[in-house]
Ligand binder design. Structure first.
Ligand SMILES: CC(C)(COP(=O)(O)OP(=O)(O)OC[C@H]1O[C@@H](n2cnc3c(N)ncnc32)[C@H](O)[C@@H]1OP(=O)(O)O)[C@@H](O)C(=O)NCCC(=O)NCCS
Length: 170
């Protein structure tokens, strides 16, 4: 069980059950009441921009992106990101974050938003959302609402309530 045994791949439907287990282990039942979860309930995630790490065919880490609308602007919401406890601190989370960002950039996504720990995500390029611009459908600590621009200046277009892109079209 070493990093050499870890493979990275785009997410498939066959990974769903193991991803659910990993998220349950990482976040517990409270995950269903989180603001980001409420948004994700509005429609499907972007499976082609979501990635897993596997070992021996089993998922050991996962990251997902979900399309969102923020006022007139569009972006991706990142999360959940979770790594199985015995595989933490080996760079797997960072690697998945990089894969998701590269894939999003290649698909002309302009910005990625997430709710998470700034000390972890800051070095990966995320900064705090400018207060008063984005409104989440559930209270969020403003220090944890982060954005990374894939196109310089893209965050300026993200003004208003954050909803799943499908909910914005409805
Ligand atoms: C947070 C998480 C995704 C990180 O993935 P990982 O593969 O273990 O982390 P990486 O190997 O990419 O990075 C490890 C580094 O991040 C740091 N780190 C890990 N979690 C952190 C956190 N919550 N805040 C700040 N730093 C953190 C580690 O201390 C380590 O620092 P070092 O490189 O200076 O030693 C993983 O620990 C996890 O699944 N945690 C439970 C679920 C969770 O909290 N998800 C993120 C929501 S904020």
């Amino acid at each position: 069980m070493t990093l050499a045994d870890v493979a990275y791949a785009p997410e498939l439907t066959s990974h769903d059950a193991e991803i659910e287990e990993i998220n349950a282990e990482a976040f517990g039942p409270g995950r269903f009441t989180r603001a980001a979860h409420r948004i994700r309930e509005g429609g499907p995630h972007a499976r082609d921009l979501s990635f897993v790490a596997t070992e021996n065919g089993h998922v050991i880490a996962s990251v997902r992106l979900t399309p969102i609308a923020v006022g007139e602007g569009k972006a991706m919401l990142l999360g959940p990101l979770a790594v199985r406890p015995s595989w933490k601190n080996l760079g797997i989370g960072r690697k998945l974050m990089g894969m998701a960002a590269d894939a999003a950039r290649a698909r002309d996504v302009r910005a990625i938003v997430l709710v998470g720990d700034a000390p972890y995500y800051g070095p990966l390029g995320y900064v705090q959302v400018r207060p008063g611009t984005m409104t989440m459908p559930w209270p969020v600590d403003p220090a944890r609402l982060l954005v990374m621009e894939l196109v310089p200046g893209a965050a300026a277009a993200l003004n208003g309530m954050v909803v799943h892109e499908d909910a914005a079209r409805a």
